[in-house]
Design a protein around this ligand. Structure first.
Ligand code: SF4
Length: 354
């Protein structure tokens, strides 16, 4: 489709895979929204209903910034909470603000029926070929899995590198090189190369490792700006950080049966959005003897609010400390630092007594 400049809200490092999908698979230009900043949140908050959860505000800010950078077609995803209604609201707000853009709302596609996605994609490029999109999709999925795999490794090792900043530099170089991929084979090659490079980085780990797992709501846990770069802060303290929630685990390798089995003593009915996964990982990590768990969510996120009493029960049953963070547009940096420091001191003391 001529002149189509498409964009999707910023979400961790997945914009690289999305750029690939849109350019190689759909044959349209992709406008990467700038990384989320205070301005993004301020813009989004200014035009959003006050009490809406912060992913809505960030996404709206991303859309406005993408339009400023030339985007004329915006894509919003569907979701299993009120996220499913966000697309229509965003579209209306942007229209009221005088932005004339095309809006593709993926909540109209059915996750059980992949062909409905193809139909939505056809709205972007009516000449879309099934062969072309299928092959791009394979490379896209591989890219997503690769981004998640590399991030997992960094998360668990970056706090122990001998020369500060080495892993971050390598990760940045990896993401840059990922942008040059033409197909799945290229993705495999680059992933292999950087896995080796990262493994070669010198690390020094103490005998008594502190393990902390992060659980919580989909957007807040995966978009580092929205959680005030909590993983980086923990790494600075020499903590091994685990995070299960990513696109690979929650979508590509999703195993609902396993989750239900693990949480059967705590959850009887479906709780919505990411709350089942939140409980699932809390139970698993508590059983594995982790030193602590950090729960992150956006202010007003109902499914994760529902998970909190269950987490308190798990915390009591397994004597595992859980720290709760609820982020919104007013969250103070100092408050986060103080609570993280106190949490760290407490788990250190417990560790020494073991
Ligand atoms: S999971 Fe929670 S924070 Fe995320 S979009 Fe849904 S209600 Fe909002």
């Amino acid at each position: 489709m001529e002149n189509c400049k498409i964009s999707f809200p910023r979400f961790g490092n997945y914009h690289i895979a999305l750029e690939f999908l849109f350019t190689k698979g759909l044959g349209v230009e992709y406008v990467t929204p700038p990384p989320s900043t205070k301005r993004t949140l301020e813009l989004g908050s200014k035009y959003s209903p006050d009490y809406v959860c912060s992913p809505f505000k960030y996404n709206l800010g991303n859309f406005i910034e993408a339009i400023e950078n030339g985007a004329n077609t915006l894509v919003q995803t569907g979701g299993v909470c009120r996220l499913g209604y966000y697309g229509e609201l965003h579209e209306q707000i942007l229209k009221d603000l005088g932005y004339h853009v095309k809006f593709i709302n993926m909540s109209k596609a059915d996750y059980q029926k992949p062909l409905t996605f193809y139909n939505e994609f056809k709205k972007i490029n009516p000449n879309l070929s099934l062969k072309r999109i299928s092959s791009a999709l394979l490379a896209f999925l591989k890219m997503v899995a690769s981004i998640d795999e590399i991030e997992d490794f960094v998360r668990q090792n970056v706090g122990f590198e001998v020369h500060n900043g080495e892993m971050e530099k390598l990760q940045d170089a990896y993401l840059e090189e990922l942008k040059t991929c033409e197909n799945k084979k290229d993705v495999d090659k680059i992933t292999k190369k950087y896995k080796k490079k990262l493994k070669d980085v010198k690390v020094k780990k103490p005998k008594k490792l502190i393990r902390v797992g992060i659980i919580g709501e989909y957007y807040t846990i995966m978009e580092p700006f929205s959680n005030h770069f909590i993983e980086k802060e923990l790494a600075k303290k020499g903590i091994v950080i685990y995070r299960w929630m990513n696109v690979t685990n929650s979508v590509l390798k999703y195993d609902g049966k396993k989750q239900k089995k693990v949480i059967k003593n705590y959850v009887k009915y479906y709780m919505g959005a990411t709350s089942m996964a939140t409980v699932y990982k809390a139970v698993e990590w508590a059983k594995e003897g982790f030193d602590g768990i950090i729960h992150v969510k956006s202010f007003g996120c109902t499914p994760e609010i529902d998970a909190m009493p269950v987490l308190q029960k798990i915390s009591n049953d397994y004597k595992i400390p859980i720290l709760y963070f609820s982020f919104d547009s007013q969250t103070s940096e100092t408050g986060i630092q103080t609570r993280l420091e106190a949490f760290y001191d407490m788990i250190m003391m417990r560790k020494e007594q073991k």
